[in-house]
Design a protein around this ligand. Sequence first.
Ligand code: SF4
Length: 85
Amino acid sequence: MKNNWNSKIIRTFTSVLSVAKNREGHCINCGECCKLPNSCVFLRNRKDGEYYCSIYTIKPLNCRKYPRTDNEHITKKTCGFKFIK
Ligand code: SF4
């Protein structure tokens, strides 16, 4: 749990930086990044099983840019984004 909080703090500070150019793909609304380290209070679940953000238009940079780099990508198993080597 401590590591999840540490990586959240790091993602918050580095969110002012650019998204890596080698990122490909798109968000498939799995919702996993919205549960790190705890489920976000603005996370909502649709009947079809997909998740969405209830404050999408004003969501913070660290959410908007996730995953910003391969190193910060901690939801690789379910995420629709990937980083090309
Ligand atoms: S982990 Fe990836 S696919 Fe899932 S909600 Fe976050 S950005 Fe979207």
